[in-house]
Design a protein around this ligand. Structure first.
Ligand SMILES: Nc1ncnc2c1ncn2[C@@H]1O[C@H](COP(=O)(O)OP(=O)(O)OP(=O)(O)O)[C@@H](O)[C@H]1O
Ligand SMILES: [Mg+2]
Length: 271
C-alpha cells in the first residue's frame, strides 16, 4: 500500500459529493410537470482536519456547509466520495452543535447537558461536576434547573454547546454556534472555545458566516464556492500573537480579515 507524503489527517472528506432528491409539487396554475430534479449540495469537496486543528468552513448560504458537517458527524452519507478517519474509534468520539439546537424540552438544562455522559454510563454523582463545569464555560451555571422553553435562542445554543463539550470529545463540530449571540457573549465564548482547545487539544470544525470570527478562531479557513460546494481557497492563519483582544486590534488580524474577505468574494463570484 502506498502512502501520501502528507501525514494522515485526523478526519478527512475525500472528494465527497451529496445530491438530495427534491420532490416538489408542480405549481398547478402554471400547469408545470412535477420537478424531481436532484439538488447537488456538495460536488467533489475535499477537507482535511489535522489532530487538534481548528478549521473554519466559510461560504455563502446553501453551499453545503451544514451538509459537510453532518457528514463528518455520521448524520448523512455522501452520495460519492468518502469520510475517512485515521482512527475509526474517533468517529464515535465527537461533540456536535447543530444549526438548530435539538434539546429535550421536558428535561432541565442540566439533564440535557448530562445526556452524553449518561449514554457513556456515567452515574449522576460522577457527572454532576462535569455538567456544572460545562455550564459555567458557556455562562449558564445559574440556569441549570431551567427548561429549554424558558430560555432565549442564544441560551439554547449555549446549552447545546455545553452538551457537546461535556464528554470531552476528540472532535467538536459546531454549526454557527455563536450566530444568535450578542457580540460580548460571542467574544467570551470564542475565548472559552480557544481555552478548551488549548487544554484538551481538541480538533474543531466550525461553520461561520463571520470572516472576523473565522480569522480569530481558526488555524485554517476553507472558503467554499456557492452550491454545489467545493473548496475554493484555503487560508492558513498563523498569528504570532496569542488569540486575545490584542490580536483583534492588531494590523495582522485586519490584514488576514481583508484577505479572507477577498477570497470569499472571489469564490462567490466564480461560482
Ligand atoms: N435533507 C435535505 N433534503 C433536501 N435538500 C437538502 C437537505 N439538506 C440540505 N439540502 C439542500 O442542500 C443545499 C445545502 O444545504 P446546507 O444546509 O448544507 O447549506 P449551508 O451552507 O449550511 O447553508 P446556510 O449557511 O444557509 O446554513 C441547500 O440547497 C439545501 O436546500
Ligand atoms: Mg447551514
Amino acid at each position: 500500500m502506498t502512502h501520501s507524503l502528507s501525514p494522515t489527517p485526523f478526519v478527512a472528506l475525500e472528494r465527497v459529493s451529496k445530491t438530495f432528491a427534491q420532490i416538489k409539487a408542480a405549481p398547478r396554475a402554471q400547469g408545470g410537470e412535477p420537478s424531481d430534479r436532484p439538488i447537488a449540495a456538495l460536488d467533489g469537496f475535499d477537507l482535511r482536519v489535522g489532530e487538534g486543528e481548528v478549521v473554519a468552513l466559510l461560504g455563502p448560504s446553501g453551499c453545503g456547509k451544514s451538509t459537510a458537517l453532518r457528514m463528518i458527524a455520521g448524520l448523512t452519507e455522501p452520495t460519492s466520495g468518502a469520510v475517512v478517519w485515521r482512527d475509526p474509534a474517533a468517529a464515535g468520539d465527537i461533540g456536535v452543535v447543530l444549526q438548530d439546537p435539538t434539546l429535550a424540552p421536558w428535561s432541565t438544562v442540566a439533564d440535557n447537558v448530562r445526556l452524553p455522559l449518561r449514554l457513556k454510563g456515567l452515574g449522576r454523582a460522577a457527572s454532576e461536576p462535569r455538567v456544572a463545569e460545562a455550564l459555567t464555560r458557556v455562562g449558564l451555571a445559574d440556569r441549570a434547573g431551567a427548561y429549554p422553553g424558558e430560555l432565549s435562542g442564544g441560551m439554547r445554543m449555549r446549552v447545546s454547546m455545553a452538551r457537546a463539550l461535556v464528554a470531552r470529545p476528540r472532535l467538536l463540530l459546531l454549526d454557527e454556534p455563536f450566530g444568535a449571540l450578542d457580540e460580548i457573549t460571542r467574544f467570551k465564548l470564542n475565548d472559552e472555545l480557544l481555552a478548551l482547545r488549548r487544554e484538551h487539544g481538541w480538533a474543531v470544525v466550525f461553520v461561520t458566516h463571520s470572516v472576523f470570527e473565522s480569522v480569530y478562531l481558526a488555524d485554517r479557513i476553507v472558503v467554499m464556492t456557492p452550491r454545489p460546494g467545493r473548496a475554493a481557497a484555503e487560508i492558513a492563519v498563523s498569528a504570532d500573537e496569542p488569540r486575545s483582544s490584542g490580536f483583534r486590534m492588531s494590523p495582522a488580524y485586519a490584514a488576514l480579515c481583508r484577505g479572507v474577505s477577498q477570497a470569499l468574494e472571489a469564490a462567490t463570484e466564480a461560482g
